[in-house]
Design a binder for this molecule. Structure first.
Ligand SMILES: *Cc1c(COP(=O)(O)O)cnc(C)c1O
Length: 437
């Protein structure tokens, strides 16, 4: 498989080059030259395959020959070595729990896959990074940091530097990215997520830094993080009982990588009735679906902080899938914007009435699905429960006025000591740190 840039002004590359580069030189996103079609009998016999076989079949066409079969099988198996259960909430509503991985959010899937691919490329092909150690630079508003830190921990030949906004991530999130050590360093920036993002972007554009270090990014625009997110849509369908009536799927969305992977899976042959982009009040895409005008906004802080994105990077890939034909897109996608008030009230009501504890992101997905099913009562749907509620116990506990039981892994984590390097929002200080590494 080859990849072009969504700005159509960069050389065509293979999966390995796209993964190592992250962003295309013309600042576009890499996009597959063609969309593979899955064999019909793969879908109709999906019950007969293991999770590993499904994931391998889905991803292999995107990798081509840059990773041999046995290595790719190992990478896939390690990526998905936890559960993806589909849980009944109501007669026509199901929760796809994506929080059973090591950092309790769905980002584990993309981060585990990408880190292993990069680890493979570094180990066997040192030419690809000109004998310099690869440094992964990533800014996080919360969940990306932990998933990337965990995924890359102890991967030989790769250093990770994570920038996070001091005091603006949940305590569990902070510990997940500051307690590993070894090849993982956390920079605690005295500013906002946007400040962290700006520092990272400057470093990528800085010749002096790039002469010293081979930088790459592990955020969700990287193809190796984006594409494996298709896996869990297939796992959901495998568990779906009524195969004659495919599900509506509601996806809590921020940077739009996860939903874009779902739509791609659908294009390759996965049966899905309709997609819902469930947004909080950061409603750029909800507006676009009404007006056909894309207007980026400054992000607003909400209870579902991983979705506080004012200019969702991956949306361009969704437009690319539909060749920018608005009518075709509208047939597949509906978007709703949900307020914090609605989110709180639903977390409380679903807990009291259904005995199911939603996290704030999953709650947005649930509400949006409910809205769609009100006008389509004959259908059934799935929402993605993208994080474990315990990750946001500071938000959830006051709403349900109860404490949330802590899984053992979180209890251990809460005993650890955070290690971070404090940093002002000052590019020169940041550059000095990088160059001295
Ligand atoms: C990152 C994240 C999202 C948003 O996913 P995108 O792929 O950026 O749209 C939703 N929920 C949680 C818990 C997240 O961490």
């Amino acid at each position: 498989m080859l990849y072009h840039s969504t700005n159509h002004n960069s050389p065509i590359v293979n999966f390995k080059q796209a993964t190592i580069k992250g962003l295309a030189p013309d600042k576009g996103l890499y996009f597959p030259e063609s969309i593979p079609q899955l064999p019909k009998n793969f879908i109709s016999n999906i019950d007969k395959f293991s999770k590993e076989e499904i994931a391998y079949t889905v991803i292999q066409p995107y990798i081509g020959d840059v990773i041999p079969k046995n290595e790719l099988e190992r990478i896939v198996a390690e990526t998905i070595n936890f559960e993806f259960p589909l849980v009944t909430i109501e007669e026509n509503i199901f929760s796809l729990e994506l929080f059973h991985g090591p950092t309790l959010a769905f980002k584990d899937v993309g981060a585990r896959f990408m880190s292993r691919c990069l680890g493979y490329f570094v180990k066997d092909h040192p030419d690809s990074h000109r004998d310099k150690k690869i440094t992964v630079l990533v800014a996080t508003s919360g969940d990306t940091g932990g998933a990337v830190a965990n995924g890359f921990y102890d991967v030989e030949g790769v250093d990770v530097v994570i920038l996070y906004p001091s005091g603006k991530v949940s305590s569990v999130q902070e510990l997940q990215l500051t307690t590993l050590g070894k090849n993982i360093t956390a920079l605690e920036v005295d500013g906002t997520f946007d400040d962290c993002q700006a520092l990272v972007k400057k470093a990528f554009a800085d010749d002096e830094v790039n002469k010293k270090l081979f930088l790459t990014s592990a955020n969700s625009i990287n193809v190796a993080r984006w594409l494996p997110q298709q896996f869990y849509y297939f796992f959901a369908y495998q568990q779906w009982k009524d195969k004659d009536q495919p599900p509506v799927i509601s996806v809590p969305s921020g940077n739009f990588g996860s939903i874009c992977a779902g739509i791609l899976a659908h294009q390759t042959g996965l049966p899905v009735q309709h997609f819902i982009a469930a947004c909080n009040v950061n409603d750029v895409v909800t507006d676009y679906m009404q007006t056909e005008k894309y207007i980026a906004k400054k992000s607003v802080a909400t209870l579902s902080n991983a979705m506080d994105v004012g200019d969702p990077g991956n949306f361009i890939r969704i437009l690319e899938i539909f060749n920018k034909e608005f009518i075709s897109l509208k047939n597949v996608l509906t978007s709703y914007s949900i307020s914090d008030e609605e989110t709180k009230s639903v977390v409380k009501n679903v807990f009291l009435n259904k005995n199911y504890l939603l996290d704030p992101h999953g709650a947005v997905g649930y509400i949006a699905l409910k809205k769609y099913l009100q006008t389509h009562p004959e259908l059934q749907g799935i929402f993605l429960e993208t994080a474990h509620p315990v990750k946001f116990y500071d938000v959830v506990e006051p709403i349900i006025q109860q404490s949330v039981p802590m899984p053992a892994a979180i209890n251990d984590l809460l005993k650890k000591k955070k290690q971070s390097i404090k940093m002002e929002v000052n590019y020169d200080a940041f550059r000095e740190y990088l160059v001295a590494k």
